[in-house]
Design a binder for this molecule. Sequence first.
Ligand SMILES: [Zn+2]
Length: 310
Amino acid sequence: MSALAIDVGGTSFKVAIVADGQILIQDRLSHTSEPGDLDRLTEFCNGLMDRVDPDQRPTTVGMSLPGIIDQRTGAMVSAHDKVGYMLGMDLRTWMSDTFGMPAAVENDARAALWGEVGYGAGRGEKDILVLTFGTGIGVAALVDGKALHGPHEHGAILGGHQQINPFLGRICTCGARGCLEAEACGWSMPAVVREWPGIEASPLGTLDKATFSDVASQAYAGDPLALEITEHCARVWGVGIVNLVHVLDPDVVVLSGGLMNAADLMIDTIRKEVDERIWAIWGRPRIEVAADVYASATLGMAYLAEHATA
Ligand SMILES: [Zn+2]
């Protein structure tokens, strides 16, 4: 049994066929944020399914998106502009009609949570927190064995918008000031670098729009200012994790998403920051990095497609 997993990102669709937690095949399609993208996506998925053996052909399909999904209707009800053209659309019915199989749809951070619960660092656990670090910061939680949704589907997933620097921080995409994302994540990194004191002494100072990947490369090369910035990110994220742990009381915290490709630069500082700030009488939650930081949502969507549609 295999599942077709579609992860919708701002600039690309990542499509995979997954069986028992293993990615059999995967490919990317550009995402131009126009309604015609869904026809191209359909053709692309059908092409990918034709490339696996008939006995490995998917029997379920799942889609993860950077937005809030109403599970009663299968529609995305709030999202970033780049997927705005899908707002209000019943994506679950669209997928089951288009591909002729049972379908599941979920927020991408919650999909990553299921990837870690089903196949990753959260296997066998009942209380897990997952943070995904990419363009933004996604958060999802399993509480007492159940994914936290809340009555409005907001449960945990807006954790990237916890306000950790509310009076002096940078303005966030959500309109508030000093959100975790605004202090350190993919979209805010060019501003973080540009405003960093003394940055002109670093190769990063010559870049128009330095990405996190630029910062990590320079940090690996030993640039002191890049190392200061990765240290800043790690400390800020440690604070964000402590705030979430104080609310949700998990046993395990899993860090995933593309920015965690550079986790070895930051994980010790993240753990130290959590250790120094946390109030926990029982010990400390395990803080782990996903085995494949790019695959959590894909694996999770396959897991959900197989379990939620069974
Ligand atoms: Zn915000």
